[in-house]
Design a protein around this ligand. Structure first.
Ligand code: DGL
Length: 259
């Protein structure tokens, strides 16, 4: 048993979509969330740059007493998770991968779309997963242009967001796909708009949030590091950007709790 917090990290607000699932599935666990904010977006950056941000983030979370790390960012996972696991080999580090496997296993049309950042879609990790599970499935890869920036500005319900989502999702509707995989943790914030654009079409939207929370739960049992339930969970928020950004992260998370 271990009452220390789980550390969750993302380039910015996106990992809050993972934070939400962790809080739901593990209500007794304390969580420390670090949303970089200063270097966001990561999507167009190099592997080396993203790895150095990820190292800085894990160092900060460990200094705050995290017992395990959830990299709540697909891009940082593809760039850095192997290195992080090597460097902090005594601590469980959970990464995030687009839900290509469940989408391929359940696709009837054998055509799916994966929306993610440029870095993720080009990464060896994504290509290996696609080769493994999608050998007989056609995967259409699309960058959600502008999505991260809109979510960072809190504009996920705006007219600009609707235009950006239409631009990306509409061309997919006549491609014969039956799944859209959200392979970036910022994108679930745009899910209502994505579903609105899909309308009556028989296309399922899948993200990885719940699956990751399940994996974290399993790992905590395996390592015997779950909270013992005697302590009220605490939720803390950190950022490499300014105090205003940090407060916005906190407010966004509290808003998620109320919903
Ligand atoms: N939220 C991130 C992801 O899951 C990265 C977005 C970005 O910073 O470009 O990929």
């Amino acid at each position: 048993m271990d009452n220390r917090a789980i550390g969750v990290y993302d380039s910015g607000f996106g990992g809050l979509s993972v934070w939400r699932e962790l809080r739901k599935m593990l209500p007794e666990e304390s969580l420390i969330y670090l949303g970089d904010g200063k270097n966001c977006p990561y999507g167009g950056r190099s592997r080396e740059e993203i790895t150095s941000f990820a190292v800085e983030a894990v160092e900060a979370l460990v200094a705050e007493g995290a017992k395990m790390i959830v990299v709540g960012c697909n891009t940082a996972t593809t760039a850095a998770v192997a290195y992080l696991r090597e460097r902090w080999s005594d601590m469980p580090i959970v990464g995030l991968e687009p839900a290509v496997k469940p989408a391929c296993l359940t696709s009837r049309t054998r055509r799916i779309a994966v929306l993610a950042t440029e870095h993720s879609l080009k990464s060896d990790m994504f290509l290996a997963t696609a080769a493994r599970y999608a050998s007989d499935v056609e995967v259409i890869k699309v960058v959600g242009n502008g999505f991260v920036e809109l979510v960072e500005q809190g504009l996920e319900r705006s007219v600009e967001a609707e235009i950006a989502v239409r631009r990306v999702v509409e061309p997919l509707l006549d491609e014969g796909i039956d799944k859209i995989v959200l392979g970036c943790t910022h994108y679930p914030f745009l899910r209502p708009l994505i579903e609105q654009v899909i309308g009556e079409k028989d296309i399922e939207v899948i993200d990885s949030g719940e699956a990751v929370a399940r994996r974290v739960k399993w790992l905590m049992e395996r390592y015997d590091i779950a909270a013992d339930g005697t302590k009220h969970p605490e939720y803390r928020f950190l950022s490499f950007a300014d105090e205003e950004y940090r407060q916005r992260l906190e407010q966004c998370a509290m808003h998620i709790i109320e919903k």
